[in-house]
Design a protein around this ligand. Sequence first.
Ligand SMILES: Nc1nc2c(ncn2[C@@H]2O[C@H](COP(=O)(O)OP(=O)(O)OP(=O)(O)O)[C@@H](O)[C@H]2O)c(=O)[nH]1
Ligand SMILES: [Mg+2]
Length: 344
Amino acid sequence: MSSASRRKVLLMGKSGSGKTSMRSVIFSNYTAKDTRRLGATIDVEQSAVRLLGSLVLNLWDCGGQDAFLDNYLVAQRDTIFTNVAVLIYVFDITSSEWEKDVHYFEDNLQALRENSADAGIWVLINKMDLVDKEDPKRLMYAERRAEILAMNERLSAGVDNAGPCRIFPTSIWDESLYKAWSSVIHYLIPNIKLITEHLTYFRDLIKAAEVAVFEGETFLVMAKSGSPLDAAEVELDAWESERGVGRLDRQRFEKVSEIIKSFRRTCQRTGEQFLGFEADFDGCVVVLEPLTRNTFMLVITTDPRLSEYATADRETGPADTHPQPPPWSSTTLRRARSTLSRSA
Ligand SMILES: Nc1nc2c(ncn2[C@@H]2O[C@H](COP(=O)(O)OP(=O)(O)OP(=O)(O)O)[C@@H](O)[C@H]2O)c(=O)[nH]1
Ligand SMILES: [Mg+2]
């Protein structure tokens, strides 16, 4: 990406639903526990977050107390709802006022479709950790999801270019938060298709199982090789199908995000610098290391030579120490890696 693109992201929903908590966990290195000390947001708190070096998110965290909500819809309607790229609307699944919450959502959706018809709508049904045990089949979530989708369909009918509406169950206590926010970022990155193509080429070159790119600050997953991040099993490419990627945990990358962020916090506490990560499992090697100033690359392979070659930025690999040469040439590899880092 050459020039910085600024995208306005509205963060709205009733007071206490968890908007500032999410923002603080994703962008300010808070733990879920730290969010307990947050106070209610007064009016709108704006912040700019630079991602991938050249994508700037202008985040508008809109305090959700009743008096503010009315103000957004009337006095500040134009200021708030114009030029929006994505509205992230947060519901609290434990709310005892669901009808009222949905009514507010409807008013906001209407204002958004009038002023920014093509904005994407990401609805996060939050605090799922508080109901999961009582409702293991997530029936309440399914009902609420259906209601919101129907409402969006009704309000978007006849709107030219209406942006997509996506719904996610979330909790700040697990990786579901990363899944939802990665999906937003994925939608906003302009050259995601190109990055995915380069990742796939790189994966094929080194015969890795999967390669993924993470944003360096937030550790949100940006893109992966092969099929799209939230692809259904039928969308997997031939390489992934052969290697049984469909059977892997669908939240694996978000789990990596959460683990690495917490590991990095530990490094900060102990005064160590976090440079990367490498692990050997039974028949599988996982390497995470910087790709560019703003990104990390994760490579997962069953080839043990990977740790010495895949991420090597050097003229010759340690081929002498191996009886078998690696399945790629280090020059080709370096070229592919540098094309990939330019696109990210
Ligand atoms: N159990 C649980 N608690 C959460 C979750 N998300 C947020 N909370 C808690 O909910 C409380 C309110 O969170 P905030 O982030 O301040 O809520 P807000 O939506 O920003 O509220 P306003 O600023 O008033 O609009 C905090 O004590 C958080 O710790 C979640 O997923 N699960
Ligand atoms: Mg807040």
